[in-house]
Design a protein around this ligand. Sequence first.
Ligand code: SF4
Length: 359
Amino acid sequence: MLDIPSRRQVMEEQHQAGGRVAAVFPIHYPRALLQAHGFLPIEVWGPPGTDVGEADAHLQSYVCDIVRRGLGFVLAGGLRDCDCLLVPHGCDSLQGLGSILLDFHHPGLPVLTFYLARGEGPAALDFTVAELAGLSQALADISGRPLDEQAWNRHLEIEVAAEAALARLWRERRQLELDNAELYRLLRCRNYLAADRFRELLDKVLDRHRGAAPGQKAILLGGIVAEPVGLLEVIDRAGGLVVGDAGCNLGRRLYRAVDDEPDPARRQARRLLGGPPDATRGAAPSRIAEHLLEQAAGSGARALVVTNPKFCEPELFVLPEVTRLLEAAGLRVLVLELELSRDLPAAAANRLEAFLETL
Ligand code: SF4
């Protein structure tokens, strides 16, 4: 079993070292900017299994589980040890969550927002740079310290190195003696470990766990997030091998390095805007499908398993056309709509096992 620090441990260490913690909802946000201001981002994707009773009183019944459980977690006091909460505008549901927390149900810590422009042209770049400036000012107001631009550039470099290590891990996946459940236990650390520690952990695992990967049936995982944990366990039991990730939580946040930009704000913005095609950033189905086919060809994946929370609008808009294009090109696709719980429901497990059997 890999030796992985827990979220709680990482937060305590950050506070003991005199730093601050920013809770962050999905999806895209400037990690390096937060770090440059002395805030360690700790992401909140649910968490799975969180009680949603109180949250449901504030939300429409067709809101996804990421937002429902996220609000449930906030209302249950789950952020009591955090110094601020950042709610990026990943989709309309997240924007609605930001409004609830800013205007109606203040969680007792500063709530910040960040809107990443859709599109990639000059207007999108200017808009995102302005958003970064606003966020930076809000962080400086909380910390009482101005932004250190050199630190911002330094943290951008660290992020790039962490993403390069992640890309290497996927390239070498078949020589990594880790089952899928253990691999994703490692990868989930990206949501709360500082990028340099995450990279060190990956490097160590890549050096110490050489061998043949268990599982033969190569698949990509896509969708929003590879949850519940039981999903990976079913893939392990059925002989599947995850050789690439195309989900919001991991694969769609492997941004470009952008080495030709000295200004950290423009570099950060260009990185965020130039990430892999993503429905939540308004990418067209044809671009998403093209990227997935390239990823499948590069990794040898024969199928894509998509896991989405129910009612995920951005994904539902593109999935029918993306699926049609992928299947027409010979890539098998299974779409599972799931709640953020610990176990995979029996019906979904059966569908997944049957799908993997046919590969
Ligand atoms: S699961 Fe979909 S609808 Fe929910 S927060 Fe994520 S992108 Fe938005």
